[in-house]
Ligand binder design. Structure first.
Ligand SMILES: Cc1cc2nc3c(=O)[nH]c(=O)nc-3n(C[C@H](O)[C@H](O)[C@H](O)COP(=O)(O)O)c2cc1C
Length: 167
């Protein structure tokens, strides 16, 4: 098994490289993966864009996708995972979710606006709390407004357990 990933602002790439190093398996970007055989078994990792895992369709056409992982800006939860599974069904492949980050300065203005539209009501309600914001809520507001990263090695636990069971 190898890891193939797509990444626009680098968070998915960080996870892919961390996982590859920990599990001692090779890591390829979708572009580099062109050299791989069609029957290569792949864990595909890609960034979430409006609920869809970018690059997953291409990966499914090109390889034997054994597992899929979406990387988004929302906190990980069962609900996030359920929604993801519905919108990105890949036959016979489990789906995982990792919280990546948000890099507003690295995305074009149209995409930034799209995300800001989705997060608007949450930002407004957090701002309205003013000095009553908890430290956690302040962190959340800073993240939505300025960006930040939640990439952490521990988040890979579920995927690593799945990989070990495959071996
Ligand atoms: C146009 C656009 C749409 C996005 N849609 C979602 C989404 O539906 N859910 C989510 O959690 N994050 C969403 N995000 C945030 C990215 O998935 C997040 O920043 C991710 O970590 C990017 O990974 P990358 O750095 O590998 O490209 C979106 C970002 C952009 C620019």
């Amino acid at each position: 098994m190898v890891i193939v990933y797509r990444s626009n602002t680098g968070f998915t790439k960080q996870y892919a490289e961390m996982l590859g190093k920990a599990e001692k398996i090779k890591v390829y970007s979708l572009g580099q993966a062109r050299e791989l055989d069609q029957d290569t078994e792949v864990l595909f990792m890609g960034p979430l864009m409006a609920g869809h895992i970018a690059g997953v369709d291409q990966a499914v056409k090109q390889f034997r996708v054994k597992g899929v992982c979406g990387v988004g800006m929302s906190p990980a939860s069962q609900q996030t995972l359920d929604t993801l599974a519905k919108a990105n069904y890949v036959p016979n492949a489990p789906i995982f979710y990792l919280q990546g980050g948000w890099a507003p300065k690295q995305v074009g203005w149209i995409k930034r606006r799209m995300v800001n539209m989705v997060t608007r009501s949450m930002r407004q309600s957090l701002r309205a709390k003013g000095s009553r914001r908890t430290p956690e809520e302040q962190r959340q507001l800073d993240f939505l407004e300025k960006g930040g990263s939640f990439v952490a090695f521990e988040n890979l636990d579920a995927i690593r357990t799945w990989m070990k069971d495959l071996k």
